[in-house]
Design a protein around this ligand. Structure first.
Ligand SMILES: [Zn+2]
Ligand SMILES: [Zn+2]
Length: 352
């Protein structure tokens, strides 16, 4: 931290239009530290957060909880502990309550063990239905049944019990009821789609890591990807938690809306870069770096210019919609995230 009087003076100078570099030179502190006060991340005189501090992870937890409504207490604690949070589980649950992050999904049915039906041999269904990347089991089975003019039960009756449970489950990637070897092969035999293609597209078939839920977020599939599959209704999918866009269709997959970003190519360039960063540093580290960066990038001039360009290309799109603002700031956000990820120890340690 810097002396309270310096912090107050920095805020006053910024108010007079003096830029960060000039303020930093004049007061003899580095720019990063000055920004912490200008952004309101710390009040003048407030000490630097200690190692067990929740503050650096608050935005991350909010985002992951919103992106995966089945990811709660223990799973979230495991993720942020891996990212450097040092607080105990009970300290963490106090923070969750304090931030109004409530317990799990309200619509979930409790997990019911399924009694296996007698094995039935099945022929390949006449209508082949290719899965949409990331699709939930419930959605894929329902589309398969509809395309074959069959009730869902006719499909689940000839599949292993794991599928019956998943078809009814709200939480597609829950841990209980692990897939058995051979289950995916049975689905392949029924649908006529290769087991490799099914495993690649349906995240629930990927099985589970022992250390918790995979870092995915719930979303609606890119509408153009869905349309290629002849699907014009929303297809529920799980996407990697960092993935914000369909690169193939140059479409931003926002929380509430999808935005055509064809006219702003640097957004898709940033999406490709995010993909590489996720491979290099891991999904959760990228998400944390992105969220930390975004607090500084959303109001920048580049973001404002892109928001206008996006709105011009899509009549009716509000340039101030939160999804538009995020898409518009994404190139700077990813650039800053990349810098913080490559600086050793820069995340999630304190910002000084
Ligand atoms: Zn649920
Ligand atoms: Zn697409």
């Amino acid at each position: 931290m810097i002396p309270e009087s310096d912090a107050r003076q920095a805020i006053a100078l910024a108010g007079q239009g003096v830029n960060v570099s000039q303020i930093a030179r004049r007061l003899g502190h580095d720019r990063k530290t000055i920004r912490i006060y200008l952004n309101g991340h710390r009040a003048p005189g407030q000490p630097r957060p200690h190692a067990g501090s929740y503050a650096p992870f608050a935005a991350y937890v909010l985002k992951r909880a919103a992106g995966d409504r089945h990811l709660r207490g223990a799973g979230l604690h495991r993720e942020i502990t891996a990212l450097g949070y040092a607080g105990s589980y009970s300290a963490f649950t106090r923070e969750l309550r304090g931030h109004g992050i409530t317990a799990a999904c309200q619509t979930c049915k409790p997990w019911q063990p399924v009694i296996p039906a007698p094995e039935q041999r099945s022929a390949v269904l006449p209508a082949r239905v290719a899965p949409v990347t990331g699709e939930t089991i419930a959605s894929y089975l329902a589309r398969t049944a509809a395309a074959n003019h069959l009730p869902l039960k006719a499909i689940t009756d000839v599949l292993p019990p794991w599928f019956t449970a998943r078809a009814a489950a709200c939480d597609d990637i829950a841990k209980p009821g692990l897939l058995r070897p051979g289950d995916a092969r049975r689905l392949a035999a029924l649908t006529g789609i290769s087991e490799i293609a099914l495993r690649h597209a349906l995240p629930a078939l990927a099985g589970h890591r022992d250390d918790g839920r995979p870092p995915l977020r719930s979303a609606v599939a890119c509408r153009r990807c869905a349309a290629r599959h002849g699907q014009h209704d929303a297809v529920p999918v799980h996407l990697p938690a960092y993935q914000r866009a369909c690169e193939r269709h140059r479409t931003w997959l926002g929380r509430a809306i999808q935005i055509d970003v064809i006219t702003v190519p640097d957004i898709i360039a940033a999406a490709s870069r995010a993909h590489r960063l996720a491979r290099e540093h891991g999904v959760t580290r990228l998400v944390l770096a992105e969220i930390t960066a975004r607090q500084e990038t959303v109001a920048g001039p580049g973001a404002r210019r892109r928001a206008v360009a996006l709105a011009l290309a899509s009549p009716g799109l509000d340039p101030r919609h939160p999804d538009t603002a995020e898409a518009a700031a994404y190139p700077e956000t990813i650039r800053m995230a990349a810098v913080s990820l490559s600086a050793p120890g820069a995340l999630p340690a304190g910002p000084e």
